[in-house]
Structures are given as structure tokens and as C-alpha cells.
Design a protein around this ligand. Structure first.
Ligand SMILES: [Fe+2]
Length: 436
């Protein structure tokens, strides 16, 4: 299906570039605030930013310097502090963490040694080294923490510190509200993508009945109609635990929204602004997405339906890496990589559409699916059980497609994200589907 890299040298360059792009973003997110801000906990849901910073370095040291290169631990005493499974987020502020300067220095020292290693190590001969997998995994890991740190920025109170231009995306209103995806088998997941993670593997055939899917993600305007129709006060639209959550916490709109003088406003990275009607809705839980879909007489797509809509080409019968084909993302195709601090309006990126004409599947907002996070047939945990396997089960729902906060290195048509159905601080939206 894809892509063996043309040469060892090109692969080395790709790995070095991915690591550098991630570190530039990490620096931007952590240099934007004071040391006091870095060590504060802005929400019990999140770590202090300084924890993420040293954890990024510590995972890089663990996988590339200790596991791949067989080196001794640089700072054995700090390893337990940065093990995400030993310390839940809420207790991390009380740990004797490295301070901001020390954390920066430690991460930089690890990176220097990793660049030396990348120049000298053969990128083959073991599952971790083949195609530079471990380097790609670590670049993705850092980018995923950068997204987490961006969520911390969104939860942080106070004046704005991050800026980015608004999307100036190519725009062309789609012709119809929904697209018919024809029934039949398609190839789901991947066995060929060199830096794909264990939960995306292996490629396997899935039979999916014909269904209709929204051409674009559900917009704020559409979601406002649900609110105006009393959607948050009508138990029949809600799964029981979702109804309980909105009653207990008096939830009446997406997270970060409030109403003032008859107008809906939202807070976005410290700026308060009117809710833009033509943008995909953001910061909704799985329960809110599910309730909206039921109110609209529709449902969330399953994960298999989402991936078929995103990757299947009915002309060739094959599944591509992305909706637009096998080429890597570019700014003309999708809103990725924190180039903007918001989604582009619905109907953007016509060049990024799938062969069937579904838009904005990649980037803009993560899309909740109906599906629980489960292993594919033939799943093998790699390189460690805690990467995915311990999260499989009905308590986590799958999100697909990435958001404006996701870097291209951590986003493809097969990429799977998961979270609890109550979560709303993440960059989550959705689209709906229906049976034929
Ligand atoms: Fe991590």
C-alpha cells in the first residue's frame, strides 16, 4: 500500500525533521508562559506544563537511548516521576518535579544524544529500528503531548499568550448535505504504514453496509438549533450516563460557551468571541454528540464507517492513506499542525475531500464515532502493553481524523484516538450518519 522510504538518508532526514518540528512546537507552548504558570496546575484534568516537558524528554531517553542504544539511565532518580502510569495527573503537581530550567536542559541534553544516535544507528535489524519506527514513535509522542499542552492552554485562565492567523482555507460550499457510501468490503487499518502504531494494525477486511454520512462536520449553527429546541432538557435524546452528567454539572452548551445578552459567546485561548456559526462545533462530549445525532434523527458513524468514508476509493477498490490519496498532508489539504488555533469553516479544503466527496475528515476537529476502542483481529501489543492494550474496552470511545491541534506526523486515515465519553476539554466535534 505505501511507502518504503527511498533511502536510509531520506529516512534519517525525515526522522530528524519530525523531531525538530515537535521540539519547536514544545518550545513555543512552554516559552509562552512564566515559570509560575509552567509549574501551576491549570485543571485537575491536566498535568502542570513542566511535567509534560520533562516527560517528553524522559520517554525519548527511555525508548531511544536506553532501549534502542542500550545506554545507562541519565537520571535514574527522576524516571518514576515521569511514568504516566505511576502518577495520575491530579497528583503530579505534588511530586518533586524538575523545575522549568532543569526540565528544558534535560530534554535538550536527551535530544542532543538522540541526534548523534540517529546519525550512526542502522535503521533496520529490529522492530524498533526498522524504517526508523522508534524515532517516528517518539516524534508522535511529543506531538501528542503538545496537543495535550494546548488543551492546558485552553483551560488556563488569564490573558491570551498564544497567537496564530485565522484559517484562510480554500472554500467551496459542498453541493449536498450528505454522501452515500456504497456497501461492501474495504481494507481497514494498516500493515504497511511505517510509523503506524500498534492499534492501527493489521490491515484487515471489513464489510460495511451502505450508509449516508454528513459531507462536513456538524456546525455550530446546527448545534445551536439543537440547543434552541431544548435539546439539553429532553431526556429522550440522551444516553443515561450522559443525562446524569449534564444534570449534575448543569451543562447546557459545549464547554467554554456562555450566553450573554441573548448571544452565545465562547472563550478560545483567552479570547472571548461570538460563536461562529459556520465552524464545526468543538468541545462536545461523546454524550452530547450522541444526543444531537438522535435529535437530528440520525446517529454517529461507526469507526469502520468513518474509515471507509475517509479511505475507500470505489473506482480502484483500494484504501488510501488519506481521503485525498497517498500524499502527505499540505496546508491546502487540511487544517493540521496548530497553524491555526481554531477549525476552518465547514466546506473548506475541497482538495482534501475523499473520492466520494466527504470533506474535512482530516484536521479541524476530532470526530467522535459510535465505536468502543477495541483491538483489530490479529492485534499485537507493540512496543509495550501500555501503549494501547490497557485502554481497550467499552469505557473508551474512538475519535478519528485529528484536529487543528494535531501534527501531520500523528495523523492519517488509519490513526485511532480514544477517550472517555464524558470528556469535553479535548478538541472534539463530530459528524452524523444514517442507514440507507
Ligand atoms: Fe506520554
Amino acid at each position: 500500500m505505501t511507502t518504503s522510504y527511498p533511502s536510509r538518508e531520506a529516512l534519517r532526514e525525515r526522522a530528524a525533521a519530525a523531531l525538530t518540528v515537535a521540539r519547536v512546537r514544545t518550545a513555543g507552548l512552554t516559552d509562552a508562559v512564566s515559570d509560575a504558570d509552567l509549574t501551576a496546575q491549570h485543571s485537575p484534568l491536566m498535568s502542570p506544563l513542566v511535567w509534560d516537558l520533562a516527560h517528553i524528554g524522559n520517554q525519548e531517553e527511555l525508548w531511544l537511548l536506553r532501549n534502542v542504544a542500550g545506554r545507562e539511565s541519565m537520571r535514574p532518580e527522576i524516571n518514576p516521576l515521569y511514568d504516566a502510569f505511576e502518577h495520575p495527573r491530579a497528583e503530579r503537581p505534588k511530586l518533586p518535579l524538575l523545575g522549568p530550567e532543569e526540565a528544558r536542559r534535560y530534554a535538550a541534553e536527551v535530544r542532543g544524544r538522540v541526534f548523534d544516535l540517529l546519525e550512526r544507528t542502522p535503521l533496520e535489524g529490529s522492530a524498533l529500528l526498522d524504517d526508523g519506527f522508534a524515532f517516528g514513535m517518539i516524534a508522535q509522542h511529543e506531538q501528542q503531548h503538545d496537543e495535550t499542552m494546548l488543551i492546558t492552554h485552553q483551560l488556563r485562565q488569564g490573558a491570551p499568550v498564544l497567537t496564530a492567523p485565522d484559517p484562510d482555507a480554500p472554500y467551496d460550499p459542498p453541493l449536498s448535505a450528505e454522501v452515500l457510501v456504497p456497501g461492501g468490503p474495504f481494507s481497514m487499518g494498516t500493515s504497511a504504514e511505517p510509523w503506524s502504531l500498534d492499534n492501527e494494525r493489521p490491515a484487515h477486511v471489513r464489510d460495511v453496509a451502505s450508509f449516508w454520512i454528513d459531507t462536513v462536520p456538524v456546525t455550530n449553527a446546527a448545534y445551536l438549533a439543537f440547543i434552541a429546541d431544548g435539546g439539553y432538557h429532553e431526556p429522550r435524546w440522551w444516553a443515561a450516563p450522559g443525562w446524569q452528567q449534564i444534570r449534575e454539572h448543569s451543562i447546557e452548551a459545549p464547554l467554554f460557551w456562555h450566553r450573554e445578552a441573548g448571544q452565545w459567546l465562547r472563550r478560545r485561548f483567552g479570547v472571548t468571541e461570538p460563536v461562529p456559526e459556520d465552524e464545526p462545533v468543538l468541545h462536545v462530549s461523546w454524550y452530547e454528540a450522541d444526543a444531537y445525532a438522535r435529535w437530528a434523527g440520525r446517529r454517529l458513524p461507526t469507526e469502520a464507517e468513518w474509515e471507509k468514508a475517509a479511505r475507500f476509493d470505489p473506482v480502484t477498490g483500494r484504501s488510501a492513506r488519506y481521503p485525498w490519496g497517498d500524499a502527505d498532508p499540505t496546508p491546502a489539504l487540511a487544517n493540521l499542525g496548530q497553524r491555526h488555533l481554531r477549525p476552518a469553516r465547514a466546506g473548506s479544503y475541497p482538495a482534501g475531500a475523499s473520492p466520494l466527496g466527504v470533506r474535512q475528515l482530516i484536521g479541524d476537529v476530532w470526530e467522535w464515532t459510535a465505536s468502543d476502542f477495541l483491538p483489530y483481529p490479529g492485534f499485537r501489543a507493540f512496543p509495550y502493553r501500555e501503549y494501547s492494550e490497557v485502554f481497550f474496552g467499552p469505557e473508551h470511545k474512538v475519535l478519528r481524523g485529528g484536529s487543528f491541534a494535531v501534527d501531520p506526523v500523528a495523523c492519517r486515515g488509519t490513526f485511532r484516538n480514544w477517550d472517555l465519553p464524558v470528556r469535553r476539554q479535548i478538541f472534539s466535534g463530530f459528524r452524523t450518519a444514517r442507514d440507507v
